[in-house]
Ligand binder design. Structure first.
Ligand code: GAR
Length: 193
């Protein structure tokens, strides 16, 4: 089974969904470690309670972003990671790190990319009055939220939706979509050209 690290910054509900999926005997990947850039990330406790290795690295403790990212790479290599899943990892990664993991790092983003790259996707979708919203799993490339998409899931925007109600509807789809996309990657059914 392919070895996967999940990078988080907070709650970790997508990480937990991946963890659940990898429990299936026929799933082509296992999670070998969870790395956070925030020591207080709730997802670290979830991972630890499943017996998964965890690490937290505060970027502010490193003189440069390169040193922070080189240390992340050392941790990931010590876990013998094949693939990285970004799951609510709220730091922009430098080009060297991204290129080092080219084709082996994917991200989940709460919009139908290329619409709404960046932050506050649900608020912006509601402000625009769109009727459809959703989430995307995509390969990570140097441009923020620009890499080729692997899978998308759509949800309707309903009358009276708030950012909270819309994000909850999207999140339910994220939890289904991310394990499906990782399955495609880990089994070699999808690759970055
Ligand atoms: C998820 O909705 C994810 O799509 C989003 O952060 C949330 C993390 O929740 N990611 C981004 O906005 C990336 N730019 P989680 O920690 O419960 O998985």
């Amino acid at each position: 089974r392919a070895k996967v690290a999940v990078l988080i910054s907070g709650r970790g509900s997508n990480m937990a969904a991946l963890l659940d999926a990898t429990k299936a005997a026929d799933y082509p990947a296992e999670i070998v470690g969870v790395l956070s850039n925030k020591a207080a990330a709730g997802g670290l406790d979830i991972a630890a309670s499943h017996g998964i290795a965890t690490a937290s690295l505060a970027q502010s403790r490193f003189p440069t972003r390169e040193m922070f990212e080189d240390t992340m790479t050392k941790v990931l290599e010590s876990w013998e990671v094949d693939f990285i899943c970004l799951a609510g990892f709220m730091r922009i990664l430098g080009e060297d790190f991204v290129n080092r993991w080219r084709g082996r790092m994917i991200n989940i983003h709460p919009s139908l990319l290329p619409a709404y790259r960046g932050l506050h996707t649900h608020e912006r979708a509601l402000a625009d009055g769109v009727t459809e919203h959703g989430c995307t799993v995509h390969f990570v490339t140097p441009g923020l939220d620009e890499g080729p998409s692997i899978l998308q899931a759509r949800v309707p925007v309903l009358p009276g939706d708030t950012p909270e109600s819309l994000s909850a509807r999207v999140l339910e789809q994220e939890h289904r979509l991310y394990p499906e996309a990782l399955r495609l990657l880990a089994s070699g059914q999808v690759a970055l050209a």
